[in-house]
Design a protein around this ligand. Structure first.
Ligand code: ASP
Length: 438
């Protein structure tokens, strides 16, 4: 029998009505056997996510403030859902325990994780599914990194014992038993971990949009949806800030080549976006899969005659950047030049010191730093096979009157990244979109 893992985000589980919607989606397909739940999200634009409220409680306790009234709002979120669903389920003991544990300084991650814990208890009860506490099946190492293999073994063994189960997203435990969370939005990772461990046929990630769009809708009006994207393409796009799915959630399913399907809880009839393994070969109707980008970059230009013939030159530059904890996001090099694109935020306070140090270790002829850049990535598996894509991209950009500061085409020919001035960012995205889509 087929098996699907389904993850519901906070907006899909924000109130009684959404719980009902979620239950009908799950019940409509008996292969939807394992469910990963987020904490209740916002019900309206000016509402608060329960996770944020729990962080606030933690901070209030740290500042020795009284949380009684504020915590009551969290209590009401959960008791409101339970009574709306007509569930015979008393959660007051759990809520009281959590409050006192928080006051006894059980930690920031413990506080934050209780949002998913409580929501999953309620959902399991409502669906009549078993509850598996993530703290017993998801593990971190002493250094705080995720322990993939230990988790996979434990999760696999536990899932075998349950035909249907709800697992809270976002957290696991440290070797000493304390709770640790992933970074924000981490329930997506939990879903992927469960999909890998159960060798699922599909990982459905239910949220409040019908998948990915080919461009940012704040820049391009009504961009087309992306129906299929490969893991690699998505890495390129999400790294550039395309949101929707936590960027680390690709890794667990990638191990088993499991497809992820982004679906919309409020429009279950929409097919959403399929995220498929890289071996996927399908004609891409539009040549490009998407265009995305980010502001906030700087370029460090290093010039030195005959640098290419000097042993260890690049190594010294990288070592120096490393010492200042600055990552090279992109690198372009010429015969006597080397340009490192870095995050302006990382660079800012260290700029003068870094340039002095770079001069010292390289004896360069000239080093300049240009700030206020944006990166735009044009991504598409279709670009590999077709000639003239780069020409179209650059004529579209120059047609918009934009000057390109740097170009980087990955050797996989999957993406072309250009650096431009921040003030040209929106224009550039729009021009590329128009060239390929309109
Ligand atoms: N509730 C957590 C957050 O708001 C995790 C998640 O929803 O994935 O970040």
């Amino acid at each position: 029998m087929q098996l699907k893992v389904v993850k519901f985000g906070g907006s899909s589980l924000s109130d009684t009505e959404h719980f009902m919607r979620v239950a009908s989606i799950i019940k409509a397909d008996p292969t939807r056997r394992y469910v990963v739940a987020s904490a209740p999200g916002k019900r309206t634009d000016d509402d608060q996510k329960v996770t944020d409220m729990l962080y606030t409680c933690y901070n209030m306790i740290k500042n020795r403030e009284d949380i009684t009234d504020y915590y009551q709002k969290i209590v009401e979120r959960y008791t409101g859902i339970i009574s709306g669903l007509n569930l015979n389920f008393d959660i007051t003991g759990e809520l009281e325990y959590i409050k006192s544990a928080m006051m006894a300084r059980s930690g920031r991650d413990f506080a934050a994780s209780r949002g998913e814990y409580l929501n999953s208890l309620i959902l399991a009860k409502y669906l009549g599914f078993d509850f598996i506490d993530a703290e017993n099946v998801i593990f971190f190492k002493d250094n705080g990194s995720f322990d993939e293999e230990k988790t996979n073994e434990a999760m696999k063994a536990e899932l075998k014992k349950h035909k249907n189960a709800v697992i809270p997203g976002f957290y696991g435990s440290m070797p000493n038993g304390t709770i640790k969370t992933f970074t924000r939005g981490g329930s997506d990772i939990t879903g992927s971990i469960v999909a890998r461990a159960s060798n699922a046929d599909l990982y459905e990630n239910w949220t409040d949009v019908s998948g990915f769009l080919m461009a940012d809708p704040r820049i391009v009006k009504d961009p087309l949806p992306i129906s299929t994207v490969t893991y690699r393409e998505l890495r390129e796009l999400s790294y550039m800030g395309a949101g929707v799915l936590h960027e680390d959630s690709i890794f667990p399913v990638q191990k088993e080549g499991i497809t992820i399907n982004i679906r919309n809880t409020n429009h279950p009839e929409d097919e959403g976006t399929l995220i498929v393994p890289n071996m996927y070969t399908d004609e891409n109707e539009h040549l490009i899969t998407g265009v995305a980008g980010k502001k906030g970059f700087s370029v460090i230009n290093i010039e030195k005659n005959r640098m290419g013939g000097e042993f260890g030159f690049a190594a010294r530059v990288f070592k120096c950047l490393d010492n200042y904890a600055i990552h090279t996001e992109h690198l372009a090099s010429g015969i006597d030049t080397m340009s490192h694109i870095v995050s302006t935020k990382e660079l800012n306070s260290k700029m003068d010191e870094l340039v002095t140090e770079l001069h010292r270790v390289t004896d360069a002829d000239n080093i300049t730093v240009d700030t206020g850049l944006a990166l735009v990535a044009v991504v598409g598996r279709g670009m590999k096979e077709s000639k003239g894509t780069a020409a179209r991209i650059f004529s579209a950009i120059s047609g918009a009157g934009v000057n390109v500061r740097m170009i980087d085409q990955g050797s996989s020919e999957l993406n072309i990244v250009v650096a431009i001035y921040e003030s040209d960012y929106e224009k550039t995205i729009q021009a590329i979109y128009n060239e390929f889509i309109k």
